[in-house]
Design a protein around this ligand. Sequence first.
Ligand code: SAM
Ligand code: DTB
Ligand code: SF4
Length: 317
Amino acid sequence: MTVQEISSIYNRPLLDLIYDAATVHRNNNDFSEVQISSLVSIKTGGCSEDCAYCPQAARYNTGVDVHAMMKVSEVVELATKAKQAGSSRLCMGAAWREVRDNRDFDKIIEMVSAVNELEMEVCCTLGMLTFEQATKLKDAGLYAYNHNLDTSEENYGNIITTRTYDDRLQTLHNVRKAKLTVCSGGIIGLGETEADRIGMLHTLCNLPQHPESVPINALVAIKGTPLENQKRVSVWEMVRMIATTRIIMPKTIVRLSAGRLEMTVPEQALCFMAGANSIFAGDKLLTTPNPSFTDDMEMFTLLGLTPRKAFKNESKH
Ligand code: SAM
Ligand code: DTB
Ligand code: SF4
């Protein structure tokens, strides 16, 4: 799909866009199902990178407590709780630039296989990864790898200077080659233009294969980061972004990610209508608060949504 084609979808009158996205969603997916993922920050803060949005970058004073790698048993306990609350996927995040072949990585391999035994889809987001490391994770039972493009190639250097867009794409290539499923999306509200949003979606949708999941995050502006004074994105921008993603990648899981705490239930309902079919649940994202499981379950009941079971598309991979 061309930039022009994506742009003409993105710029449709809002209600047409929502209606069209809802139609694509209903024709391609079980629209009453929403996947629930939970996040665990297995290694927090102290990161060497300069991502302008991130509370975990060591160079900004954000007040995040730095934590060394969690114990395998702690992760299994959190995963078990998340599963009981309805999560089908556990995503383990580490504040790293890249994976290194050391004891921490060995520990992650153990975590992956332990959580996989709970019959949850296991996802990791650990920074850059080689093909060999991706293969090790796959062999341990990893299901998905998250690595966001975050913004357009043109805007990337305004947000992050310690690595390049090509580095990101190379990791996505390594992940795909290791036959892991790909989770890659971005953030809106960084100060990007609409052309940047469209540009990012263009890159995602023209990868050799669509990512199996695309998280759309609204910036959580963090005090101490260069983006602390960014204005909160409006729900209409979230809806537009989600609806466009749904239309151009009809079968992908589109995740309404960071930023839900500031959204009302009717606002979130619009996002589900426009094709979002996944959320992060549990009272914490990586370092910032998120709605509680209880509130989300009330919302699901109200809207007639049901949690999606793990490994639903297993036969395809
Ligand atoms: N360090 C690894 C990396 O950068 O790939 C993995 C963890 S990193 C925290 C994962 C993603 O979280 C980022 O790519 C970004 O999209 C998202 N993120 C981080 N801080 C955020 C914020 N303040 N608001 C919204 N999304 C954020
Ligand atoms: C994604 O796209 N968003 C999640 C997950 N993938 C790793 C992280 C959001 C982080 C929000 C800021 C925080 O809690 O630290
Ligand atoms: Fe580090 Fe990832 Fe945060 Fe960037 S987004 S500073 S790489 S933890």
